[in-house]
Design a protein around this ligand. Sequence first.
Ligand code: DX5
Ligand code: ZN
Length: 221
Amino acid sequence: MAVQISPSILSSDFAELAAECRRVGDAADWLHVDVMDNHFVPNLTLGLPVVESLLRHVDTPVDCHLMIEDPDRWAPAYAEAGAGSVTFHVEAAHAPIRLARELRAKGARAGMGLKPATPVEPYEEMLPELDMLLLMTVEPGFGGQKFLDLVVPKIRRAREAIAGRDVDVWLQVDGGVSDKTIEVCAEAGADVFVAGSAVFDAEDPDRAVRELRRLAEEASP
Ligand code: DX5
Ligand code: ZN
């Protein structure tokens, strides 16, 4: 279980996107791109044309987090465009197993996201269909929110479910992850950490990523 850091560009300057991505240098394992449609969440960000363009300008693999309705229809195009990982929300998917299989078939890692109040237990049988499970640690929609501690026991249960099935599923946390909260997530079993404001609001984003990684590695079981 290796620690990976995925800075969320939601907190970056969208008018300078490629340059902002370079501010995290090669410290980041992924660039986390939050796609919001103003329906699944009450916010609108960017979509496929921006992701396609970003992919031409950065070498770091792109981790697309789709906070959109009807991902069954829209998500496969992100895999086709070359996103290394595509995460849809289970609350929005009509046929999550079919969608996960389609994403894999198109060459992406298949991720499935759960909002804070969505329990993990009903989806445990689906774990072999996934490459990553995303547990939101804030209500999705905005950067800079406060970490919801109530999700920590779910992180622990999700990690146990993954270990119990002997599958290689990454466990991602997203929302309010910072130098104050990353350790409790790592200790509970998360291994992929999204951080937006904690990275892009820092004076030196590259250093912020390295510090988050150090804290997570030290706290990992
Ligand atoms: C929120 C997004 C997050 C967001 C995290 O819905 O999914 O990726 O950018 O931002 P911070 O790290 O500031 O909470
Ligand atoms: Zn996100």
